[in-house]
Design a binder for this molecule. Structure first.
Ligand code: GLN
Length: 477
């Protein structure tokens, strides 16, 4: 059993041929993940009991001749901002270091109903705020490809687990790039679905108008399978969409000849030279596959960082108000009054980045500044969304870099938050517009660092995005 290279199909095949049982696979995978974890710090919690009982259920189904489901027996890792009943969910925060949720996120329920085996919970930036996984209260994650470099963030642990091969697929969350950027840095596929495609019930809220749950996988097809399993309307999340979920895998393997692809000129300024070269050769590959390439413009791109960091901090300041030491969290001891208890709990509990965002967010929402910052940012968001609407009237998909540079060194950007925020420049626009976008591996630099290429599609057009990514993956192998 070659755990690090397994795909969903390989698991299915192995189970069918009885080369291993789901229980054997789950226990081997747990053992392997534990042994590998000191190298990356990708997992914060393992849930052996839950994994083994889910695996036993898959084996029982197989023994009865039943279909164990599209993820039957597949080892999965779940980002630690997604709630798992009875399994500690920390959100990378000291505040929730001992928090054990009383219910499961809908995405978790769906992936277990599909036969998926949750091995554990993965490390991330505190409350998913960050681009390097260095904001975790439980230490940074190391990039499995280059241990002195970051895996990207905030879903660094989920990307590292899949890249390292300890999980076949994983769940992450993306508010401004937290799935695509770590996927790009670690050399795996990462998908941000359309806003509303996947229920956020049980996803710890960071910025509710931007938060998404989405898959990581080593192949485009596996990412499509995982998305199909978790997607679709959920009565528990009023923002989840009723749009039908296509059978993405069945739509793969099509020819992409004639697909019109736009290259937004604003996304190709200021790239690291090797990143630029790799993306350029990716575009050549798409041409070879018969895609029609055109230059397009998304003129509001320059305002995206400012717009995002106003809206996300405003929403975060409100969402994080609930961590006050009363209900869920750690409570600072020895406070002489209620006010002091709130202040001490939050002051001791939150890390620097969360505090920065709470202050920024409170500021942009305060009387007198609301119009100047928050309201204006909302209007700019409208312009960014309109840029994409205009673009998709002309082209079927957009191709761009994911990040201006490959994985940077641990510690390189921690002291300069603005520099860190700038690394999100090509990913936050997709979240602001609510469109589906993904990172697909596009080669490595001379130093061996992976670079991802981003494919963006119109609302609910994930099928086209997957088809392009899959054709690209097959062509580039
Ligand atoms: N890096 C971005 C931020 O810090 C995105 C985070 C995310 O997508 N969760 O806000």
């Amino acid at each position: 059993m070659e755990i690090p290279t397994l795909t969903i199909d390989a698991v299915k095949e192995g189970l069918r041929a009885r080369r291993f049982s789901a229980t054997e696979l789950a226990s081997e995978a747990l053992k392997f993940a534990r042994a590998e974890n000191p190298k990356t710090n990708a997992y914060l919690t393992f849930c052996d009991e839950r994994a083994l009982s889910a695996a036993a259920a898959v084996d029982a189904k197989l023994a009865r001749g039943e279909d164990p489901g599209p993820l039957g027996g597949v080892p999965v890792a779940v980002k630690d901002v997604i709630l798992t009943r009875g399994v500690r969910t920390t959100c990378g925060s000291k505040l929730l270091a001992d928090y054990v949720p009383p219910y499961d996120a809908t995405a978790v329920i769906r992936l277990e109903q599909a036969g998926g085996i949750i091995l554990g919970k993965t490390n991330c930036d505190e409350f998913a705020m960050g681009s390097s996984n260095e904001n975790s209260a439980f230490g940074p994650v190391r990039n499995p490809v280059a241990p002195h470099r970051v895996p990207g963030g905030s879903s660094g642990g989920s990307a590292a687990a899949v890249a390292q091969g300890t999980a076949v697929v994983s769940l992450g969350s993306d508010t401004g790039g937290s799935i695509r950027q770590p996927a790009s840095f670690c050399g795996v596929a990462g998908v941000t679905p359309t806003y509303g495609r996947v229920s956020r019930y049980g996803l710890t809220a960071f910025a509710s108008s931007l938060d998404h749950i989405g898959p990581f996988a080593r192949t485009v097809k596996d990412s499509a399978t995982l998305l199909r399993v978790i997607a679709g309307r959920d009565e528990m999340d009023s923002t989840s969409a009723a749009a039908p979920v296509p059978d993405y895998e069945a739509l793969l393997d099509r020819n992409v000849r004639g697909v019109k692809i736009g290259l937004p000129r604003e996304y190709f300024k200021g790239l690291a030279s090797e990143t630029g070269d790799l993306i350029a050769s990716g575009i050549e590959t798409l041409k070879r596959l018969g895609c029609e390439i055109r230059d397009i413009s998304l003129p509001s791109t320059d305002y995206a960082i400012a717009c995002y960091y106003i809206i996300c901090t405003a929403e975060a300041s409100s969402n994080l108000a609930r961590y006050d030491g009363v209900r869920y969290t750690f409570r600072s001891p020895n406070s002489p009054s209620l006010g002091a208890m709130y202040r001490n709990t939050r002051g001791e509990g939150f890390g620097t980045e969360c505090k920065r965002r709470i202050m920024l967010g409170t500021y942009v929402l305060s009387a007198g500044y609301y119009d100047a910052y928050y309201l204006k940012a909302q209007k700019v968001r409208g312009l960014i969304a309109r840029d994409f609407t205009n673009a998709f009237a002309e082209v079927d998909a957009i191709v761009a870099p994911v990040s201006p540079f490959p994985a940077f060194k641990l510690g390189e950007k921690v002291d300069d938050p603005l520099e860190m925020y700038l690394s999100d420049i090509y990913t936050i626009t997709g979240d602001l517009a609510g469109i589906p976008c993904m990172s697909v591996p596009c080669g490595k630099t001379a130093g061996g660092l992976p670079v991802g290429m981003q494919i963006l599609a119109n609302h609910f057009d994930e099928a086209r995005m997957f088809r392009l990514a899959d054709a690209f993956e097959k062509e580039t192998n």
